[in-house]
Every structure is written in structure tokens, then in C-alpha cells.
Design a protein around this ligand. Structure first.
Ligand code: ATP
Length: 367
């Protein structure tokens, strides 16, 4: 086995899970490197929890293979795998103190008292709650309870920690703090984390790579940058951040770029990852993120240019949000541009005609 293969913590190959005749997870394949923080992201019901449960051995696939560190664990139940899972409801034992909660797993394994003490101290340090052993679970804040649940899950030094929306019950500020904490704990412990969330910002904040799911299918698996800048299709583009989607028609190709007609102009763009090279006259959409659209003098000299009329401008502190109607095309969607703003910078007013522009690498075409 090569060195690279050694570092693969998880490999999922063509996994399918059906409930009745509905495929909750449909032909999903991906690989996770040792020590990566992976998020499974998608709307409610897309199959992320089912996929996580299969990784943990709580659910058996109907088809496909799951490997942990190269070993086939597809048919091995949870207790036979070196994985651990944290659920949305933390399920700390309310009648035990923090120490006993954390020690529970090791005690069940018959580990010596001395070893247990050392391990509990180690994980309490890791989650930055040293000295909390004698606290009652009922005396913990939401964030502290969360950390104790993580400490309890890490005490067995699992190869992989599986987390099912563990932050969803926390308020917004605590949630942000805990995202940073999770990331720190993951880095310091070197454990591979698989994290389920339906919150795209949360996934972007914590992940090395993200698997975007919809209707049981993994539409794209990549780094936050790849997914944001090179979304595989319209769903991913819309689900991750805000974007303009403009109806377009293929005119031709130029190297790995595609020329399309958008609002009556020839526009040069990329093709979405995983899309087949398009045929001439194929109809689709181009996606341009709000903040990639330049207007006025900032658009001069850019390869792709349209003209349009400003219909609305909103002040957003660090940026202005312009709504622009491209010229000459009836029933064409309005475009949104987020333009960085600072005091004294001139603004455009509703009714003004402006040039709108972006570079080819800033737009993606999908059928
Ligand atoms: P959520 O964010 O709401 O938890 P999810 O993306 O985690 O959603 P899953 O819980 O994996 O989605 O569910 C995927 C699909 O499988 C859904 O349509 C769900 O109703 C169905 N499903 C999940 N578990 C079962 C089960 N035990 N029996 C029947 N159907 C199930």
C-alpha cells in the first residue's frame, strides 16, 4: 500500500441505503484523509444523517462499501468500529457528575482507575474545562455541556468522530464560539471529524472539505473555496451563498472556457465542475456571485460587459447592494451586485445607466 493510501481514514464507495422504495442515500462515494474536518451539508431530508449513521455502523448499507483505514467495515456494527458519535441531543447522564460521564466508556472497557483519571484530565484539558470533574451536568451551560459531550466522545481516542448537528440547539453567538472550539479540538486531537449540518455558513467556517447533498445524492465534494467558486450545479450555487443566475445559451468554446449568449451579449465563462462540455445552442444558466459583479469604472476593461440601469441601492455598512436591470432584454432577471463601500466613495443612483462587468473565471455555466 502506498503512503498516500495509508492516510485515507474513510473511503465510501457507491453506497446506497433505501427505506422502502426511497433511496435516502444514492450511490455516494467519497474519501476522507486522516485528520480532516469534513461536513456533510444539505437541506432537511437529503440523507446526511443516514450517511453518517452508516459510517458509524448504526445503519447498514443496501449496496456499496465502507472502509475505515483500509479495512472493510461495511457489515460491522457500531460496537465493532473505532468510531464515536455525538447527536443533536447530547444525552449526558444527568445523575452522574462530569467526571463519571466522561469516564463511562473507559470504565465499561475495564480500564484501570489510574488510567481513567489521567485520560479524563487529558480530555478536560483538551476541551478547556480543567477542574470541571465534580460539577453536576445540571450546573453546566449549553456550551460547557457541549464540550463535555465532546470530551466523552474523544476519551476512547476514536479514529473518527461523527457529529450530527451538535450545535443546532445553541444560540447564534455561542454557536460561532463552539465552531471555533470544535475546530481547535479537532486540530489538537488529530481526530478525523465528520460533521452533519444544514447551515452552509457553519460548514464553510469549520470544514477542510464539504460534501453537498440533495435527495440522497452527493452533488459535490470539495474544499469550501472550490464549492463556493466552482459550484457543480445550480443547486450548489444557490445553496452556498448568494448568486445571480442568468439564462444563457452556448455559442462556442475557447480552450476550457465557454462562450455563451447572455442578455444579448457574448460572455466568456467556465463550465461547472462535473458538467459535460455543452453542445452549441444548449440552454442553461450562468452563475455570478453578487460580490464578483463590478459596476461603473471598475467594470471598464473587463472581458465580460453588459449595460444596465440601476433600479435600487441599499446601504449595508461595508458594502452597497445594487439591483440592476440589464438593457434590451425583456423578462430577464435583475442582477444584484455587492460593491465594497467606504465613507466618501461615490455611489450610483436609481435610474443611472452603468456598465456591469466580471472576469470569465468569476462566472460558471450550468445546463
Ligand atoms: P435532517 O437534516 O432533517 O435530519 P437529513 O438530511 O439528515 O435530514 P435523513 O435523516 O438522512 O436526512 O433522511 C433522509 C431520508 O430518509 C428522508 O426522506 C427520511 O424521511 C428518510 N428516512 C430516514 N430514516 C428513515 C427510517 N428509519 N425509515 C424510513 N425512512 C427514513
Amino acid at each position: 500500500m502506498s503512503g498516500v493510501e495509508h492516510q485515507i481514514a474513510i473511503e465510501v464507495r457507491d453506497v446506497v441505503k433505501r427505506f422502502g422504495d426511497h433511496a435516502a442515500v444514492n450511490q455516494v462515494s467519497f474519501r476522507v484523509r486522516q485528520g480532516e474536518f469534513i461536513s456533510l451539508l444539505g437541506p432537511s431530508g437529503c440523507g446526511k444523517t443516514t450517511l453518517l449513521r452508516m459510517l458509524g455502523g448504526l445503519e447498514m448499507p443496501d449496496q456499496g462499501t465502507i472502509l475505515l483505514s483500509g479495512a472493510d467495515v461495511t457489515r460491522i456494527p457500531a460496537y465493532g468500529r473505532n468510531t464515536n458519535m455525538i447527536f443533536q441531543q447530547l444525552a449526558l447522564f444527568p445523575h452522574m457528575d462530569v467526571y463519571k460521564n466522561i469516564a463511562y466508556g473507559l470504565k465499561m472497557k475495564g480500564t484501570s482507575k489510574g488510567e481513567i483519571r489521567k485520560s479524563v484530565e487529558r480530555v478536560l484539558e483538551l476541551v478547556q474545562l480543567p477542574g470541571f470533574g465534580t460539577r453536576k451536568v445540571s450546573q453546566l451551560s449549553g456550551g460547557q455541556a457541549q464540550r463535555i459531550a465532546i470530551a466523552r466522545a474523544l476519551i476512547n481516542q476514536p479514529q473518527v468522530l461523527l457529529l450530527d448537528e451538535p450545535l443546532s440547539a445553541l444560540d447564534a453567538q455561542l454557536r460561532l464560539d463552539m465552531q471555533r472550539e470544535l475546530k481547535r479540538i479537532q486540530r489538537e486531537s488529530g481526530t478525523t471529524f465528520i460533521f452533519v449540518t444544514h447551515d452552509q455558513e457553519e460548514a464553510m467556517n469549520v470544514s477542510d472539505r464539504i460534501g453537498v447533498m440533495r435527495d440522497g445524492v452527493m452533488l459535490q465534494y470539495g474544499t469550501p473555496d472550490e464549492i463556493y467558486e466552482r459550484p457543480a450545479d445550480r443547486f450548489v450555487a444557490k445553496f452556498i451563498g448568494d448568486t445571480n443566475l442568468l439564462p444563457s445559451r452556448v455559442l462556442g468554446h475557447e480552450g476550457d472556457l465557454t462562450i455563451v449568449e447572455t442578455a444579448g451579449e457574448a460572455i466568456t465563462v467556465h463550465i461547472g465542475q462535473g458538467q459535460q462540455p455543452s453542445s452549441l445552442r444548449d440552454q442553461g444558466h450562468i452563475s455570478i456571485r453578487y460580490e464578483y459583479v463590478r459596476i461603473g469604472s471598475e467594470a471598464e476593461g473587463l472581458r465580460n460587459r453588459l449595460t444596465g440601469v440601476i433600479r435600487d441601492v441599499r446601504y449595508g455598512g461595508t458594502m452597497l447592494r445594487y439591483t440592476i436591470e440589464p438593457d434590451g432584454v425583456s423578462e430577464f432577471p435583475q442582477l444584484t451586485a455587492h460593491v465594497p463601500h467606504f465613507p466618501g466613495k461615490p455611489r450610483f443612483s436609481p435610474g443611472e445607466t452603468v456598465t456591469i462587468g466580471w472576469e470569465p473565471q468569476d462566472a460558471v455555466f450550468f445546463i
